[in-house]
Design a binder for this molecule. Structure first.
Ligand code: NAG
Ligand code: NAG
Ligand code: NAG
Length: 524
């Protein structure tokens, strides 16, 4: 093993080095890396990270306090970012007149949480790669590190190009190459996706990946004025193509936990752009899964990859998913349903959409696989009001998906630049992290903290439990595998809310939630 000179020197410093480490540990005990503020007109719009500095939760802070106390992490519109404090149970102040009492009860348990994460798009990798390697490392750690970062455990990987790519490509653009002899990953994969996915996995080995193709190669498709479908004669060829993608990424040690049946089939009719879309009807997809994708994937002994259908906006969820799940020979290959957050106003993640499909098909998992706020507001006057509102929108969305059976929540591009691009069809959008290549730094917007309020504190296999809520104080709660309770609250009001958290096992906790605040409590 090659040791660079500095590490070699340190490794030989023996006791001195140990003493130095101990000193650093004691000195840093309890001290958080605070947000390095980026203010516009006195409003905190982001926290700045660079090669040597990034805010995070200290490695040495215990996960939970002693019995009878709770950790409390707060972010708010006024400028707090995951501010840590502790609060006691059963210190019942008689003068505390509660606005709201919330009851937590872990008798009923709901879905198990699988995780949170974001997407390794070409645009994301391109921007991360433009930073110095030390800043790249800070960015990957601030998302994937299990203690100091957001503890992300999921990564979505586009199969070929997506709209957030530098160019259009698939892995076999040689017309009529039915044997897929020319199948090959591209330098976009090798430079912009694989290195960062691998890095995420080494920072957090619990990380699981899933792949989604925006389209099959052009030659496999019909094209009717931009509206394209897979030609039936290539149903098996396309299944083989996806298997080759699984093989090729596995050669780079990236194994796919799941494979989507394709990003947003409904976008084919909306955008009529066959470069970035491919349509399916539920019936054609059911046949393809039943006769091609399902049997091909199951008979492969090298992959233990699940099939996730839909991967689209919830407006067409029921009409699309039901024919596939009612079709016996396709249903048995389907493990779960991916849903996107767009058009939540038309079809929110409520009892009529997600809970309904969960009740009809309780064996199939539901996972929110793509979310983003569109056009970026960075560098516009709107950033002072919009950046917090976008964080709030993420936070409240995650909360609703959790309450309606989603096993996780996956952001779209992990990072973009100040223009919110590049995007091949000019649909620039915002991202939780904005990269500034010239200054070799990046900006963590409120959206980043919104996700972290959940992802950092709700490890895989936590189970949702019951908590009451009001229209002002929104709430969800979980029991972790180590039997710790995590309560996540949003105060929507622009006034302080006095809340009593009444845990049926632990007693009462009195807290004052600041206006428009994200709050996570964790106790044992
Ligand atoms: C990195 O950020 C820290 C904290 O804000 C700052 O003190 C330092 O000067 C920055 N380094 C560079 C190279 O900008
Ligand atoms: C700011 O927001 C307003 C209202 O939402 C919108 O009309 C306008 O285009 C936005 N301006 C910029 C520069 O983003
Ligand atoms: C605060 O809430 C009040 C009452 O709901 C509302 O009238 C007011 O516009 C709000 N102020 C801000 C700054 O949002």
């Amino acid at each position: 093993m090659y040791l660079p000179p500095v590490q070699f020197l340190l490794a030989n410093m023996g006791y001195t080095w140990t003493a130095l480490l101990l000193f650093t540990f004691l000195f840093n005990k309890g001290i958080a890396n605070d947000c390095a503020p980026y203010r516009v007109e006195n409003v905190l719009v982001a926290c700045v990270c660079n090669a040597t500095y990034c805010d995070g939760i200290p490695e040495n802070r215990p996960e939970v306090p002693k019995i009878g106390r709770s950790h409390w992490y707060q972010s708010n519109r006024d400028g707090l970012r995951l501010k840590w404090s502790e609060v006691n149970f059963n210190e019942n102040n008689q003068d505390f007149s509660a606005d709201v009492t919330l009851e937590i009860d872990d008798v009923n348990k709901y879905q198990k949480i699988f995780g949170f994460g974001g997407a390794f798009s070409g645009a994301t990798g391109f921007h991360i790669a433009s930073l110095s390697s030390a800043t790249q490392e800070q960015l990957m750690r601030t998302y994937y590190h299990p203690k100091t970062g957001s503890r992300y455990t999921l990564g979505r990987i586009p199969i070929g190009s997506s709209d957030f790519s530098l160019r259009h490509y698939t892995y076999d653009d040689t017309p009529n190459d039915v044997q897929l002899n020319n199948f090959a990953l591209t330098h976009d994969d090798e430079r912009y996706k694989i290195p960062f996915a691998k890095r995420a996995h080494s920072i957090n080995p619990d990380t699981k990946f899933f792949g989604a193709a925006w389209t099959a190669p052009e030659w496999m498709k019909t094209d009717n004025g931009g509206l394209s479908f897979l030609k039936q004669e290539y149903y098996q060829t396309y299944a083989n193509y996806l298997m080759k993608f699984l093989d090729s990424y596995a050669k780079h040690d990236i194994r796919m936990w799941a494979l989507s049946t394709g990003n947003e089939p409904s976008a084919a009719e909306i955008f009529k752009n066959s470069d970035v879309t491919m349509g399916w009807t539920p019936e054609t997809m059911a046949n393809w899964i039943a006769n091609n994708l399902g049997p091909t994937l199951t008979s492969s002994r090298s992959h233990d990859t699940k099939i996730m259908i839909f991967d689209d906006d919830k407006t067409t969820l029921s009409e699309f998913a039901k024919p596939i799940l009612r079709h016996e020979n396709s249903e048995r290959y389907v493990a779960g349903i991916g849903v996107h957050w767009y058009k939540d106003d038309e079809s929110p993640p409520t009892k009529y959409t997600l809970s309904k499909i969960h009740n009809d098909y309780p064996q199939k998992f539901i996972l929110m696989t793509e979310a983003s706020n569109g056009p970026p507001v960075w560098n516009t006057p709107n950033v002072t009001t919009e950046s917090w509102l976008r964080g709030e929108k993420y936070f409240l969305s995650i909360l609703e998906y959790m309450k309606h059976w989603s096993i996780g929540w996956v952001d779209w591009n992990l990072a973009l630049d100040q223009t919110g691009g590049p995007n091949l069809v000019n649909l620039h959008s915002d991202a939780a992290i904005i990269v500034n290549k010239e200054k070799d730094e990046f900006y963590k917007q409120p959206m980043y903290y919104a996700i972290k309020h959940f992802s950092r504190f709700i490890p895989r296999d936590s189970q949702r439990i019951s908590i009451t809520e009001t229209s002002t104080v929104r709430a969800t709660a979980f029991l972790t595998p180590l039997k710790e309770t995590v309560v996540v609250l949003y105060n929507k009001a622009n006034t302080t809310q006095r809340v009593v958290l009444h845990d049926l096992r632990r007693g009462n906790m009195q807290v004052e939630l600041s206006p428009q605040s994200m709050n996570t409590f964790k106790y044992k």
